[in-house]
Design a binder for this molecule. Structure first.
Ligand SMILES: NC(=O)C1=CN([C@@H]2O[C@H](COP(=O)(O)OP(=O)(O)OC[C@H]3O[C@@H](n4cnc5c(N)ncnc54)[C@H](O)[C@@H]3O)[C@@H](O)[C@H]2O)C=CC1
Ligand SMILES: O=C(O)[C@H]1O[C@H](OP(=O)(O)OP(=O)(O)OC[C@H]2O[C@@H](n3ccc(=O)[nH]c3=O)[C@H](O)[C@@H]2O)[C@H](O)[C@@H](O)[C@@H]1O
Length: 456
């Protein structure tokens, strides 16, 4: 079977390469000519473990290629996946549907025979039915254009394994025809035991946003408890471990810290609220604005801790920020909590040096005003305070001795609760962790006086 994937960003490039790996002939389509040229050359324009190998393998084998031509897409295949972006628009958090509508109309305008268009992007409920109706009105005469919705649940950093071995597959249709095609596209995963949910358009669209809203709520739930333990005392990680031992709750996605970011969870909870309000259900998803606010307050908290620790004495102090991507194993800096904090500290007048093992270039493009030295050692050299904001493995395993002789002030804020408190305190460091009662030292201490500075 020949398949096109329209939109070759994080989702589409992964989906296209994985379909080629399964054995299909695949054409990826994107309006971004530079991206298409890079992908055709076997070069992935972003970081994703395991994907470069698949891309090279299948661009070389000829099973995978890329183009900017929608006409070529329409002639190449009868099955088209739609994987364009649905970013947040400027209107009350609503999803910007211009990429979906643009790609769909442009494809419809080129198709001359029966075809199936399968949406993968995350969309507001009602989109698939609207597109199906548009296909009936604007599609070619004498040909049937069917629509299905097959939302994607992959995580960046694990995109290939999540695509080839998903937890579940969801097929949303308004007629049985497309189900056979979907079952054959995913025959390998289904044979390996992946459960399939076959349902209507609306349920398929809502499963996706419900999953992301639930995950975001879980993170903000534990982070709201961080606000309590920071004030009343208590240890947030122990609390998460203890409630997570209840199988009904589960420990995953209860890691307290700087909170969630990225190109999906934040915009998806806002788009869901906006869509629910459009449906006249003003209060139904109201709790998600609390989820959003708790999440954003974590960033305020880190900025406040830096200001309380350094601000009074020397607003131009150097602060080293370790981590720029929104999470480890990704170079994605869309709505990155780490980069947001770094930019805000820079705006306050601190000298901010950011080091990320992979996201240095994407961070520089997004926030060119910050400094991005080539090594972690250069970033921390002379720093009055070190902030660990994205928990890359290289930072999780940091030891005080790695930094002792480089920094000007032995102060570290662990924004992801990954450092062993005793190790750092015993080594004479001031350590602050989110979700633990911390009394920041208000004056700029020297490394010698820092030893007794903090309660953790
Ligand atoms: N990034 C992720 O991990 C996941 C993303 N999603 C959803 O998938 C969708 C895509 O997300 P990303 O890949 O992250 O976005 P992205 O922004 O990285 O990629 C979108 C791509 O579509 C292209 N495009 C825009 N208009 C086009 C058109 N008319 N024709 C052809 N190409 C066009 C853009 O140039 C861009 O390369 C979103 O709805 C997102 O919520 C779902 C699951 C995981
Ligand atoms: O719709 C999407 O695009 C995807 O969004 C998320 O995937 P992703 O954004 O790649 O990253 P996650 O691993 O979910 O992490 C999201 C954010 O939450 C934060 N997080 C995660 C877990 C946790 O316990 N605590 C926490 O703060 C991470 O640091 C990160 O900033 C979902 O996990 C995917 O299932 C979904 O397909």
């Amino acid at each position: 079977m020949r398949i096109t994937v329209i939109g070759t960003g994080y989702l589409g490039a992964t989906h296209a390469a994985c379909l080629a790996e399964i054995g299909f002939e695949v054409l990826g389509i994107d309006t971004d000519a530079a991206k298409v040229a890079a992908l055709n050359a076997g070069v992935l324009p972003f970081h994703e473990p395991d994907l470069p190998g698949l891309l090279r393998k299948h661009t070389e084998s000829g099973r995978l290629r890329f183009s900017t031509s929608m006409e070529e897409a329409a002639n190449f295949a009868d099955v088209h996946f739609l994987a364009v972006g649905t970013p947040q628009s400027g209107h009350a958090g609503r999803a910007d549907m211009s990429q979906i509508d643009g790609a769909f109309r442009s494809l419809l305008g080129q198709i001359s025979h029966d075809a199936l268009i399968i949406g993968k992007s995350t969309v507001p409920v009602g989109t698939a039915r609207r597109l199906a109706s548009m296909a009936r009105k604007l599609g070619p005469t004498g040909a049937e254009i069917q629509v299905a919705w097959n939302p994607e649940f992959l995580r960046e950093g694990y995109a290939v394994q999540d695509t080839l071995r998903p937890d579940r597959l969801v097929f949303g249709t308004d007629q049985p025809g497309p189900l056979g095609v979907l079952r054959s596209v995913y025959a390998q995963a289904i044979a390996a035991g992946t459960p399939v949910v076959e349902t209507d358009f609306e349920t398929a669209e809502l499963v996706k946003v419900a999953a992301n809203a639930f995950l975001a709520t879980k993170i903000s739930f534990i982070n709201a408890f961080s606000e309590i333990t920071e004030t009343a005392g208590g240890d947030i990680s122990t609390l998460a471990d203890a409630i997570g031992m209840d199988a009904r709750i589960g420990r995953r996605f209860l890691n307290a810290g700087l909170g969630f970011g990225g190109g999906c969870l934040p915009k998806d909870i806002r788009a869901l609220q906006a869509r629910t309000q459009e449906l006249g259900l003003d209060l139904t998803m109201d709790f998600l604005s609390a989820v959003d606010q708790v999440n954003l307050r974590r960033r305020d908290k880190v900025v406040e801790l830096v200001e309380q620790t350094l601000g009074g004495s020397d607003i131009s102090a150097k602060v080293a920020v370790l981590g720029a991507s929104f999470k480890p194993e990704s170079d994605d800096v869309r709505d990155s909590p780490a980069l947001d904090v770094a930019a805000r500290l820079d705006g306050l007048g601190y000298e901010v040096c950011v080091y990320d093992p992979i996201a240095q270039e994407s961070a520089r493009r997004r926030c060119p005003q910050l400094e991005y030295p080539d090594t972690m050692e250069e970033a921390v050299a002379g720093a009055e305070m070190v902030l660990l904001l994205t928990e890359w493995q290289q930072f999780r395993t940091l030891q005080p001795a790695d930094l002792d002789s480089l920094v000007s002030g032995r102060r570290i804020l662990d924004g992801r609760n990954v450092l062993d408190a005793a190790t750092w305190l015993d080594a004479g460091w001031q350590l602050m962790q989110l979700g633990r009662k911390t009394e920041p030292v208000t004056e700029l201490a020297t490394s010698a006086t820092a030893a007794n500075g903090v309660l953790a």
